[in-house]
Every structure is written in structure tokens, then in C-alpha cells.
Design a protein around this ligand. Structure first.
Ligand code: TRP
Length: 453
């Protein structure tokens, strides 16, 4: 595989991986979960989980990807030919496609809301009707489908452009922009009267809320936020050259992802409390509560209201796109490298499959809302299947593979670049211990207790 593309620099690797990591998970899931499970106390275990459990999984995926420079299926086949491990390669074919399908529905909504913001629909005099707008819009048929098409189309366009001209270029521009925008929103949010209650909600440590539940919530959030367990980090690492320091780029990715989540917390919660609204999670927070707040609180009138809503929905759209491309790349790389199709046809193929499933997810808010799978709408079923089951299973298997199946010398070689990175050689025993014992045991316990619950 001589003509395979590579990311151009350390910055490019971190931007691309951080691009995958930073997304809807940081903006609507993290702020809410933090408040729910004890503020600063939760942030503390979240940081611990991220570095002790998620980072080892991220490194496991990185090791497999960079070792083989192949797509997820090819990588497993090369490292463990003719074994059942090929199923892990196949699992990573299925999971990102399912995630992309429902993620794109939400990506489509953010595009729709950006259009609404640009056409000045979120103004102070409209504030009361803004909340109801979301239910009407998401349960309708054609609007959301059109936006889904736009969002998936943009994703496909970036992926079609290639690893360097598409993924690398988009991430290198979008990640710095996202940081600037989220800081701007946080500054605005913190200046609203009454916002200090929201700050207290985020930072006041409440250790009594640190139940077993909080631990599994921290781990689940950390996995989703770092895009683990489904091969997205594996495929990105397969585009990393042999000189790059995997530990440094992994730690950098985890750091930026966490920083963005915390900034998003300060962008969202102070505004919610300033408006005197109970914090909700998920689509309700982003598409009902916040537009209402932005419309109502724009004390500078229509200009401020509209500007802040445009910035906010633009941020969500770009953050979602930088994540969705990483999901699409897994399948595209597989088709190109294993099935020998052109990048154009592969992109079209994955687009078509996710589009069909995405249509069902989108309609499950409207005409298909009565159709239930195990008691869930199609959208919720896909989300639960992936977040609670497939991602954890994938993460568990990746750590077992690297810790128990791969040759220890090969793992050491990848993490230390053949011994040339001194610092990594020193910490190798610790990292290896985390990958081999701590991660699989902890994740296994949480996975099995989740299945039994
Ligand atoms: N991490 C992204 C977010 O926080 C979502 C994401 C991208 C993802 N790729 C993934 C989630 C793979 C799970 C698996 O929004």
C-alpha cells in the first residue's frame, strides 16, 4: 500500500483526532451530565476516567492503526490472520454507519437552525414561539430530510476530497475556529444577569452524587466524546506516519476534547440559569431552550439575538461535521482498500446506506414515531445500541487485542517508536499495565453490569 495518504504534521494529527472527538457530545451531553452527577466532583472522575481508561483505549486503536496502515478490517486481518478477530474489524464497519445515520439527523437540524438564525427568526418578540418550533420542525417530513441530505452531502464532499485535502484541511481550519467561537459564547453567557447560578451548578463539588451510576456515566461520556470503540480513531491513526509520537498526539486529543467540553459547559449552563430554566439534556437543550434564551436575552435587541444564535448554530454544525467525517471514513477506507473501488464510488456507497438509515431515524420523530424497536423509536434504538452496547464492546475488545493478543514487543515498538522516544520508554510499563489489565477489567465489569441491569 505505497500510495496511501498520511497526515502532514503533529498538529494535523491532533486537529483531525480532536475534530472527531469534539462534537455534539461535548456541547449538549457534557454540560448536562456534569450538573446531574455532582459538578466539579464529576469533572474530577471524568478526567480520571479519560486518562486511565479512555486514553489507553485510544492508544490501543492508535497502535493497531499505525502498525498496519490499513483500514479497520485489513488491520485485524493482518495482525491476526484467519482468526475470529476479523469480526472486530467487521463490527467497526457496522457501528460507525449506525452512529452516522442518527448523528446526521441532528447535524441536519443544526443546519436548519443555522438557516433560521440567518433569516432572523430568533428575535426577542418571537421568543415564546421558538420553543414550540422544534417539535413542529423535527416531526415534519420534508424539512428535516432536506437538511439531512445537506449534512450528509457535506460530509461526503469532505471525505471524497481525501485524507489531506479533505479531512486534514477541514479539521485544521475548523478546530481553531470552534475554540474561538465557544469562548465567545461563554463570555457572552457569563455576562448575562443571573448566570452565576449556572457556574455554581458546574463547579460546586457534590461528592454525595458520586454513585456507581456516576462512574459509568463518566466512562460512557468519555468514550462517546473521544469517539472510541468503533474504529474511528483506528482509521485516523492509520494515516499517521512512523515518526509521530502516538502518546503525545493521543494525550493532546484527550486534552483538547476535555477543554472544549468544559468551555461548552460555561457557554451553555450560565445562559440556562440566567433564563431561570431547568437544565434539560439532549436535543431539547440545544434546539428549544437555548434558542429561546438567545432570542429573549438579546438585550441589544435583534442584532445581538441573531448574532449569538448564528454563532451558536454554526459552531454546532461545524463541530458535528468534523465528527461525522471520521465516521464515514471508516467505511470508505474499507471499500477502497478491501474491495478495490474508487474513493468516489466508496463515498457514494456509504452515503447511500447511511442516508437510507438516516431517513428512518429522521422519520422516527414524525410519521414513524409509533414504530418501536424494543420499546424505543428507531432513533433512540440506534443511539442506545451504539452508546450502551457496541462502543463498550468494541473498546473492550480493542484493549484485549492489544494487551493479550498482540506481541508485547510490537506494542512497545509502536508506543516508543522503536525505543527512540525516551519518555515513552519510561512510562511504557504503566501504559501497558493500563491497556492489559485496568482497562479490560473495569470496562468488562461496567459492560456486564450494564447487560444485567
Ligand atoms: N465524539 C463525537 C462527539 O462527541 C462523536 C463521534 C465521532 C463518535 N465519532 C464517533 C461517537 C465514533 C462514537 C463513535 O460528538
Amino acid at each position: 500500500m505505497t500510495n496511501r495518504e498520511h497526515f502532514g504534521s503533529r498538529a494535523a494529527v491532533i486537529m483531525a483526532m480532536a475534530g472527531s472527538a469534539i462534537g455534539l457530545g461535548n456541547i449538549w451531553r457534557f454540560p448536562f451530565i456534569v450538573g446531574e452527577y455532582g459538578g466539579a466532583a464529576f469533572i474530577l472522575i471524568y478526567i480520571l476516567c479519560s486518562f486511565l481508561l479512555s486514553l489507553p483505549i485510544l492508544l490501543s486503536e492508535s497502535i493497531i492503526g499505525r502498525r498496519t496502515h490499513q483500514n479497520t478490517f485489513g488491520a485485524m486481518n493482518t495482525l491476526a490472520p484467519g482468526t475470529k478477530w476479523k469480526w472486530l474489524g467487521l463490527l467497526t464497519m457496522v457501528s460507525p454507519i449506525i452512529i452516522l445515520s442518527y448523528y446526521s439527523v441532528v447535524g441536519g437540524w443544526s443546519f436548519a437552525y443555522l438557516c433560521k438564525a440567518v433569516s432572523l427568526q430568533f428575535r426577542p418578540e418571537n421568543a415564546e414561539t421558538v420553543t414550540g418550533m422544534f417539535g413542529t420542525f423535527s416531526s415534519s417530513t420534508w424539512g428535516p430530510l432536506a437538511c439531512l441530505t445537506v449534512f450528509l452531502g457535506l460530509t461526503a464532499l469532505i471525505i471524497f476530497s481525501g485524507v489531506k485535502k479533505g479531512i486534514e484541511k477541514f479539521s485544521k481550519i475548523s478546530i481553531p475556529v470552534l475554540f474561538v467561537l465557544i469562548v465567545a459564547i461563554a463570555v457572552y453567557s457569563l455576562t448575562l444577569p443571573g448566570s452565576s447560578e449556572g457556574v455554581r451548578y458546574l463547579v460546586k463539588p457534590d461528592f454525595s452524587k458520586l454513585t456507581a451510576d456516576a462512574f459509568s456515566a463518566a466512562l460512557g461520556q468519555s468514550f462517546f466524546s473521544l469517539s472510541l470503540g468503533v474504529g474511528t480513531m483506528l482509521i485516523y491513526s492509520s494515516y499517521v506516519n512512523k515518526h509521530e509520537n502516538l502518546v503525545a498526539s493521543g494525550a493532546g486529543t484527550a486534552f483538547f476534547d476535555m477543554l472544549f467540553a468544559i468551555l461548552a459547559g460555561f457557554a451553555v449552563m450560565p445562559a440556562v440559569f440566567a433564563a431561570g430554566i431547568a437544565p434539560t439534556s439532549g436535543p431539547g437543550l440545544v434546539f428549544e431552550t437555548l434558542p429561546f434564551i438567545f432570542a429573549k436575552m438579546g438585550s441589544g435587541g435583534i442584532f445581538i439575538s441573531s448574532a449569538i444564535s448564528i454563532i451558536f448554530f454554526f459552531t454546532i454544525l461545524v463541530a458535528a461535521l468534523s465528527s461525522s467525517i471520521s465516521m464515514m471514513e471508516v467505511g470508505v477506507a474499507y471499500l477502497v482498500e478491501e474491495k478495490g473501488v474508487t474513493r468516489g464510488k466508496a463515498t457514494l456507497g456509504i452515503f447511500a446506506i447511511t442516508f437510507c438509515l438516516g431517513i428512518l431515524c429522521s422519520l422516527s420523530f414524525g410519521v414513524l414515531s409509533d414504530f418501536k424497536l424494543l420499546g424505543n423509536t428507531i432513533f433512540n434504538f440506534c443511539d442506545k445500541l451504539c452508546s450502551n452496547f457496541l462502543m463498550t464492546l468494541g473498546a473492550l475488545l480493542f484493549s484485549i487485542f492489544v494487551g493479550w493478543k498482540m506481541d508485547k514487543a510490537a506494542v512497545r515498538e509502536e508506543l516508543t517508536n522503536g525505543g527512540s522516544i525516551r519518555f515513552n520508554s519510561k512510562i511504557f510499563p504503566v501504559v501497558y499495565f493500563l491497556i492489559k489489565y485496568v482497562a479490560p477489567v473495569t470496562i468488562g465489569v461496567i459492560f456486564i453490569s450494564g447487560l444485567l441491569a
